[in-house]
Design a protein around this ligand. Structure first.
Ligand code: ZN
Length: 309
């Protein structure tokens, strides 16, 4: 530790009221339950972590509530998914919080997408005809455990900056999380190994990173374009393509209407699986590791039920 850092700690300790040092916790607000889960893994009881968007909600469209502004007013650190995922609802909340600590660019604003692997970065010109394409790439990147590991590290680093005295604690918790994640990955990769390259369809592009990591080949989407509701013409085309390629699995996020996916399932004999892309999307997915545990089990069960191909 540098002498400068030591001085800072002493000064800030002197400025705190007596007895406040031991119990004061960092207030962390995460845009989604996934980031909140990773923050809890790392922050443990030295932090107070809350999420804004619930895991069963579409994270592109979250209804702003006054309670969210209150959360942001008290926050020491705000963690966002970034890549424009929350662009429709989060910036006004941050602004209205008037909390200088968590404004974009401040030390208390952490964009979790900065060091992770981002897929679907568009090349060439983006036009409106392409739908709600994110010019900064696919924002659903947390669905890859490798990225989860990187995000946990980013969070640990930032928390340590705020609380250098707790950095060993955060680092230990991050290391413990890594061990559990690695153990999980071994199981998940082994469970998925027999089905490498299996062709699937998903509703939205929420599973690009997940598919890439676990060897799934996404051949199409129920949405004609990202963020655009199903259309009869596109559905007909998709059914034809699924029949041609014998696609038997359709993944649907819990917050989408099942009518079109079920019609597709009836027309093709495919199984429709409601798969949460987020912690809290189903009650079994209570944290980051159990989200993958649940999804891999659901997927393997579904694949076996349609004949294992
Ligand atoms: Zn999306």
């Amino acid at each position: 530790m540098t002498r400068h850092a030591v001085t800072l700690i002493v000064v800030s300790a002197l400025m705190m009221p007596a007895g406040a040092i031991a119990q004061s916790k960092l207030n962390v607000v995460a845009a989604t339950e996934d980031l909140a889960s990773l923050a809890r893994e790392v922050g443990g009881d030295r932090t107070n972590v809350e999420a804004i968007a619930k895991g069963y909600q579409d994270p592109h469209f979250v209804e702003a509530k006054p309670s969210f502004i209150l959360k942001l007013q008290k926050a020491d650190l705000l963690i966002v998914v970034g890549r424009d995922l929350e662009i429709g609802w989060l910036p006004p909340l941050i602004q209205q919080s008037r909390n200088a600590k968590v404004q974009e660019g401040a030390a208390g604003y952490l964009d979790a997408s900065q060091r992770v692997r981002i897929l679907d970065i568009p090349t060439g010109q983006i036009t409106r005809a392409m739908g709600d394409v994110h010019p900064l790439g696919n924002p659903h990147y947390w669905m890859d455990p490798e990225n989860g590991r990187i995000i946990a590290k980013e969070i640990a680093d930032r928390l340590s900056q705020f609380r250098p005295g707790d950095s060993a604690y955060f680092e230990q918790r991050r290391a413990d999380f890594n061990v559990r994640l690695t153990e999980g990955e071994k199981r998940w990769y082994a469970d998925m190994a027999p089905y490498k390259g299996i062709k699937i369809v998903t509703y939205h592009r929420s599973f690009s990173n997940f598919a890439d990591r676990f060897g799934l080949d996404v051949i199409g989407y129920v949405e004609p374009r990202p963020g655009i509701s199903p259309s009869p013409g596109h559905t007909l085309e998709l059914v034809g393509e699924m029949k041609r390629l014998s696609v038997k699995i359709v993944l649907v996020e819990p917050y989408f209407d099942l009518k079109t996916p079920e019609a597709i399932g009836r027309a093709t004999g495919a199984r429709v699986l409601v798969m949460p892309p987020s912690v809290g999307g189903v009650k079994e997915a209570t944290d980051y590791v159990s989200l993958f545990e649940y999804n891999i089990k659901l997927l393997v069960g579904g694949i076996k039920a349609v004949g294992g191909k």
